[in-house]
Ligand binder design. Structure first.
Ligand SMILES: O=P(O)(O)OC[C@H]1O[C@](O)(CO)[C@@H](O)[C@@H]1O
Length: 593
């Protein structure tokens, strides 16, 4: 059965991960031999600062507590600072190089420094996002990390606002957008510099059960992760077109109206669970990307994308749900120019399951009139009573289990109802230009934003029926075969940087990362075992529909059915190697953070 809380065992001692404020305070005290000193708690945005500082105050009885937010510019000044990158669009902003420093008023931080210098008695705690900027040295440094999924939950519950903003009550999608383009980028830059020097990592994702590990154990966890296959923690989210397949097959709680998405390999947002003895700490999977890029991704991927995980796997479930919005993604130049992203949202749909009428919309019909289509799309947006007749302009194809549809940016598409898609795509995932949302509203009762102008500029009008059938549907080619297994190339399209290989097997299949990140999903069979031919890691069991990551550093590995002789299939994605001349060109491209 699909495992919803996969973890990685790092050590076998419970005491390597301590739990609860009294134990955490005791560990901090033992790091302050004189009983006094300066304690820095640098926080990722989203940490409940008030709650953490009050618990620390209670347990440590500091002489003084300083809060980083007290040195920030005013919310209005910060709005001016970020305005060029935030824009008025409800979904899209622009990548930038803002640092936490940019939020801080030099005069205010200077007076905090003066206050700090005035007395050295007892314990002083400095806490918040940017706390570490107060002083070049601290007696104890703690990094309070935070999972992005939990941050989103807190935003939805109006428990937190954005950095330097008093916007707790702002609509959650707007807080998410500001985090995506501003807060998380700036905080990641600070994290890269601070965390390698910290003494401890603090996890307050579950406020009532705080946990802490030493930085050495954090490093041990990262090292363990890049030496074996592992999974990140999936999260599930409802949506206006969501379905009920995952609920059933993954045995999800029945307390949501539906489940639309399962994000089970978007390391930028997923968490990684590291287990020490019986205690588990949650860290953002992004930490692995930021601090172990070469071992995880491989040298070539790093030289091309920087410390960024370029492949995304997620599931889209429309069983008894609806169609996704009819949409298109930006071309590479467009996404760079308009949004400052280095690469674009190229996608593909691997079909995990479908009902009789399941299908996808893909590419335009032959000989359609472009002006009429644009006119009808605009009419549908402006006039509630006019419904855009999608099948007049867009191909609709039946989708069957194991079909693979390729969706290079610029291709009009969407998954239809009664279909379960494993999306194997490039990482960007918010750059969806909705053309038509079938006249329905989002889960909040409001129409979802349509981006017709962006969309129209990016539609590739020559991607019509015949080309789509020949270039984007089931481009399967057998590349290797034995009596026990067959390897097929299934994509993606040459315009996309990801390559996919499907293996059908009844016995052991040899794989090799060739120094390049591999991401896989078990698309057929209930259980398979990933092993090291040289026993470098313990056998790793995967279940149907689970996505797993094999770090570049792993090298050779094998996969076999858990029950010998049963038919299994995996689909594997990796970044296509580039030629030497291209390599030079890519090495100039900076990462998104
Ligand atoms: O706009 P909708 O209908 O919610 O669809 C969004 C989804 O569409 C996709 O772009 C798939 O085509 C996903 O990456 C994204 O999550």
């Amino acid at each position: 059965m699909y495992d919803k809380t996969p973890y990685l065992q790092v050590t076998h001692q419970d005491c390597d991960c301590i739990k609860g404020w009294p134990a955490i305070a005791a560990q901090i005290r033992s790091a302050l031999p004189t009983g006094s000193g300066l304690v820095c708690v640098e926080c990722y945005p989203g940490v409940l600062i008030e709650q953490v500082s009050s618990c620390l105050r209670k347990e440590l009885g500091p002489h003084r507590q300083l809060r980083a937010e007290d040195w920030y510019f005013s919310p209005e000044q910060i709005n001016d600072l970020i305005e060029p990158y935030l824009s008025n669009d409800p979904v899209f902003g622009r990548m930038n190089s803002l640092e936490i420093w940019d939020f801080i008023d030099p005069q205010k931080i200077e007076s905090a420094r003066t206050e700090l210098a005035s007395s050295a008695e007892g314990i002083t705690i400095v806490i918040g996002t940017g706390a570490s900027l107060l002083s070049p040295v601290f007696d104890v440094c703690i990094y309070a990390d935070m999972a992005r999924w939990e941050i989103q939950q807190r935003q939805r519950r109006n428990e937190i606002g954005n950095l330097g903003a008093m916007n707790f009550e702002e609509r959650p999608p707007l807080k998410y957008k500001r985090s995506f383009f501003i807060d998380w980028r700036a905080a990641d830059r600070l994290k890269i510099r601070f965390l390698p020097k910290a003494d401890f990592l603090l996890d307050t994702n579950v406020p009532a059960v705080p946990k802490m590990i030493t930085r050495e154990n954090f490093e041990k966890g990262l090292t363990a992760a890049v030496r074996q296959p592992f999974r990140v923690v999936p999260f599930f989210d409802p949506g206006p077109w969501g379905g009920h397949w995952m609920e059933e097959v993954f045995d999800l709680p029945r307390d949501q109206t539906n489940y639309a998405w399962c994000f089970d390999c978007v390391p930028e947002e997923n968490s990684l669970l590291l287990r020490f003895g019986r205690n588990t700490i949650e860290i953002p999977a992004l930490d692995l990307v930021l601090f172990r890029p070469e071992e995880l991704l491989g040298k070539e991927v790093v030289s091309r994308f920087g410390a960024e995980f370029p492949i995304r796997f997620d599931l889209l479930d429309t069983f008894e749900g609806g169609n996704l919005s009819l949409q298109v993604h930006p071309g590479k130049e467009y996404i760079q120019r308009e949004f400052g992203m280095n690469y674009t949202q190229d996608e593909s749909y691997y079909i995990l399951d479908s009902k009789q009428n399941g299908g996808v919309y893909l590419g335009l019909k032959t000989d359609i009139n472009r002006e009429n289509m644009i006119h009808d799309l605009r009419d549908a947006q402006e006039n509630d009573s006019f419904k855009f007749e999608a099948t007049r302009y867009v191909n609709q194809f039946p989708a069957r289990k194991h079909d693979h549809f390729l969706i290079p940016a610029g291709t009009v598409h969407c998954s239809g109802k009664d279909t379960v898609v494993l999306e194997i795509s490039a990482t960007p995932y918010i750059f969806t230009f909705k053309l038509w949302d079938w006249g329905r509203v989002g889960l909040d009762g409001q129409p979802r934003p349509i981006h017709l102008d962006h969309g129209i500029e990016n539609i590739c009008w020559d991607r019509t029926t015949k080309w789509v059938e020949q270039s984007l549907m089931n481009r399967c080619q057998t590349v290797a075969e034995t009596d026990d297994w067959r390897e097929e190339l299934t994509g993606l399209h040459p315009a996309q940087f990801i390559e996919t290989r499907r293996h059908w097997f009844t016995s052991t299949v040899p794989h090799d990362t060739n120094g390049n990140l591999n991401v896989l999903n078990l698309v057929q069979g209930s259980e398979a075992v990933v092993e090291s031919p040289t026993e470098e890691f313990s056998p790793f069991v995967v279940h149907y529909a689970e996505t797993f990551i094999v770090p570049a550093a792993v090298g050779r590995y094998t996969i076999r059915p858990a029950v010998p002789g049963t038919l299994c299939a995996t689909i594997k994605a990796f970044v296509r190697p580039v030629s030497a001349s291209d390599r030079e060109k890519f090495s100039q491209t900076p990462a998104n953070i």
